[in-house]
Design a protein around this ligand. Structure first.
Ligand SMILES: NC(=O)c1ccc[n+]([C@@H]2O[C@H](COP(=O)([O-])OP(=O)(O)OC[C@H]3O[C@@H](n4cnc5c(N)ncnc54)[C@H](OP(=O)(O)O)[C@@H]3O)[C@@H](O)[C@H]2O)c1
Length: 386
């Protein structure tokens, strides 16, 4: 599907309503309507015409029509952001982000950590059917990117949910991670993860954190072991998590394959200084976990009033503003919810809004007034903002 330049000033035959705005457009063969900031896909033959559903522009696609009207995937999307930091445009679907190895990662992931992890030793052994059920539900709602980890102790549940969902394996993007702290044999740990997941490959295998390594050589050696796993085809992409710039630099010194992504805690109160520009310069994507910390664990901070104001402006909730703030900076975003309605709403609303560059920077500026880290606190000094 091609992309076409905006055909400037011509007035068109299709009337659209998005977020209460109204405008006229000439044909489907374009990508961008300046007035509404709406992006069209070329090739009406591939997508049926837009339909108005409760004031929002939506497209139906063959896959949508079989299940949910609000499925989030990239089918029909003509725009693809990459690790450069280019943000996706508003459109009928959230596109995937192209990684530096050519693979594509869905921009929004459903996380199996935090509330879904089996943190209590006693709970680790038996299969927890409730985790299987909620994960299956998320897949059936339309989530295709599933963020797991050995450390969450629920790879078996993730695997069982994938199997039970009946969504074809190739439509899913499955991540798992090797322990952040333990010195492990990578091949053994990876083989065990695959076995628990019941899969013969994962889409992304991450070093969960750099803390297992006492030396730079140890970090580089483990990265080389991940490269071997990628070369074997059992992990389509490899990357890191919770890496500071210095850790990435160490890996890059000896890497044959650069990390595709760095998954980090990211929200207005933890913006990591120069890390994002550094990753972009090196064509390494960033994924944000904890994007909703201002709504969960640091609720008295300076961004809440603006999030609320923007939520009212766009007719969404503050949660979508928090997620979109990451997406609009070109980050993949990981979230979770115990509420089906919330997960459904993300799928429906996130593609239909886009913060302006000023709104993105206003939130960033307000966020700088507070520093808060929600995860891995024991690994960082209280005022470490990297
Ligand atoms: N690599 C790492 O070290 C690492 C660390 C942490 C997490 N992660 C990954 O990131 C995933 C996402 O985790 P996260 O928990 O940090 O995601 P998050 O999106 O920051 O938080 C999700 C939570 O936000 C709550 N929430 C949403 N909207 C809200 C509102 N308006 N008011 C109050 N609460 C609201 C939800 O509560 P409800 O349940 O009530 O909807 C949900 O529990 C994890 O599952 C894991 O896969 C990775």
């Amino acid at each position: 599907m091609g992309r076409f330049p905006h055909p400037s000033n011509d007035i068109c035959s299709t009337t659209c309503v998005v977020n209460g705005l109204r405008g006229h457009h000439s044909s489907a063969n374009r990508t961008h309507c300046r007035l509404l900031q709406v992006y069209y896909v070329e090739a009406a033959s591939l997508l049926p015409p837009p339909v108005l559903i409760t004031g929002s522009l939506q497209f139906s696609s063959p896959e949508q029509s079989t299940t949910s009207k609000t499925k989030m995937n990239s089918i029909g999307s003509s725009f693809q952001p990459d690790a450069s930091g280019t943000a996706p445009k508003q459109g009928p679907f959230l596109p995937t982000l192209k990684l530096n190895d050519g693979n594509e990662i869905p921009l929004v992931g459903y996380g199996l950590g935090t509330k879904r992890g089996k943190w209590d030793d006693a709970a680790k052994a038996p299969l927890d059917q409730s985790i299987v059920d909620v994960t299956k539900e998320a897949i059936e709602l339309g989530y295709r990117h599933l963020d797991g980890a050995e450390g969450y102790a629920n790879e078996e549940e993730l695997g069982a949910a994938i199997k039970a969902s009946k969504v074809p394996r190739e439509q899913l993007f499955v991540t798992t991670k090797i322990h952040a702290v333990h010195k492990k044999n990578v091949e053994e740990a990876f083989a065990l993860s695959l076995k628990k997941l019941g899969l013969d490959y994962v889409d992304l295998y991450l070093l969960h954190g750099p803390w297992f390594a006492d030396t730079e050589q140890e970090l580089q050696q483990r990265w080389a072991e991940l490269e071997a796993i990628k070369a074997s085809g059992r992990a389509r992409s490899i990357g890191v998590s919770n890496f500071l710039q210095e850790h990435v630099e160490s890996v890059l010194k000896t890497a044959k394959v650069p990390p595709a992504i760095n998954q980090i805690e990211f929200h207005p109160y933890l913006q990591h200084g120069d890390l994002l520009p550094f990753l972009r310069k090196n064509n390494i994507a960033a994924a944000a976990y904890g994007p909703l910390v201002p709504l969960t664990t640091a609720t008295d901070g300076p961004v809440n009033a603006l999030w609320k104001q923007l939520a009212d402006k766009y007719g969404v909730s503050e949660s979508e503003i928090g997620l979109r703030w990451c997406i609009d900076q070109g980050l993949v975003v990981l979230t979770t919810s115990s509420k089906k309605e919330r997960l459904e709403r993300y799928l429906k609303k996130l593609p239909l809004i886009k913060l302006t560059p000023k709104e993105v920077s206003d939130i960033a500026e307000l966020g700088q007034q507070k520093h808060y880290r929600s995860f891995w606190k024991e690994r960082f000094a209280p005022d470490d903002r990297r």
